[in-house]
Design a protein around this ligand. Sequence first.
Ligand SMILES: Cc1cc2nc3c(=O)[nH]c(=O)nc-3n(C[C@H](O)[C@H](O)[C@H](O)COP(=O)(O)OP(=O)(O)OC[C@H]3O[C@@H](n4cnc5c(N)ncnc54)[C@H](O)[C@@H]3O)c2cc1C
Length: 345
Amino acid sequence: MVHVREHASQHDSIADLPLVTESARITDVDAMDVDRRSEVESAVTRQLKPAGLESTYDPFNDPQTWDDLASELAADGYADVARNVTTLSKRYHRPKPMLTRVRFETDEDVDFVAGQYVGFQYSAIPRAYSLSGSPTQDDLEICVRRVPGGRLSPRICDDLSPGETVTIRGPYGELVLGDHSPRDKVFVATGTGVAPLKSMIDYVFETGRDVYRGKKRDIWLFLGADWDDDLPYRTEFRELDRTHENFHFVPCLVLESVLSEWDGETEFVQHSLLKHVDPSVVTAGLNTPWEGWLQKQPRSGIDARLDPATMEVYACGINAMVYGLVRVVESLGVPASRIEAEGFG
Ligand SMILES: Cc1cc2nc3c(=O)[nH]c(=O)nc-3n(C[C@H](O)[C@H](O)[C@H](O)COP(=O)(O)OP(=O)(O)OC[C@H]3O[C@@H](n4cnc5c(N)ncnc54)[C@H](O)[C@@H]3O)c2cc1C
């Protein structure tokens, strides 16, 4: 059953929520990334062609062989190829899955506001995970990125299965939507930092908050990751982009072009955001190191442009991105009161 919250202010809603501890049953555990080792093998062969080494090497098992190959390439003056081979080696040998979505159900409803997180305890280890589904849905969902060597995330990726019981505590968190407003909403995330923003985006469209007094506002999502399949919920966001003219999904993939023919954005999310700002509204320039990004043409294929005077920003992800992004949008003149940001560490 869909339950649409009627509070004008999401912060007021939080004040009404009881803190609960619930035992929850896992209903689904799915890998979100894919095994791309055969693609890596083809990419390495492509990389080695200029050095004439493509038929000489069969480096696909031992990481040391890859390191030796990269060193040899660098010594022979193929520094770029050596770097790409090292990148592809990391991709080839990384644990799988790196990204897992987990759905669970509780006997009692866990009411939350889009953007909040819960304490999720499995095998007596509690960690914070953002709820990625809309509060209007019955199911609860999180998405977890494996932190190699971490205590809980590898166990969630490798061991957790449907039918098991976990303990949920919460909801917590103040990263929530502002009041329904006439502004465009700009969501910016890296990796699983998109989880709370996905909850907000789903909620925005389900409750018509993308429309203000009959006028559609633009809803943007800049989402950064290394590889395409490191983008959580990429299928859902691409579908939303396809079906809603006012939703603009901008994946920013730093490494993907080493592996495939990716021709979209490849820079950090905050730089990509600058490329999508309407240059005519920043006539005085930024007088910052980021000035040059305003002149660059985006490769996203999106014609819409951002106007800092009419946007509010929500950011979540690694601290370095979040701090960098806040500096960038403040330099564009977006007041602090219109920026909600949270770092995952
Ligand atoms: C409010 C909040 C919401 C969060 N939401 C999510 C979410 O939706 N999805 C998600 O995957 N994670 C999320 N996290 C991070 C999550 O709580 C855990 O920190 C993460 O899963 C690592 O736990 P672990 O037990 O595997 O690693 P730990 O055993 O806790 O840490 C092992 C080592 O890895 C480092 N480390 C911890 N976290 C990270 C990280 N994210 N990246 C790189 N190194 C790290 C630690 O400093 C430590 O050195 C959130 C954190 C906060 C504070």
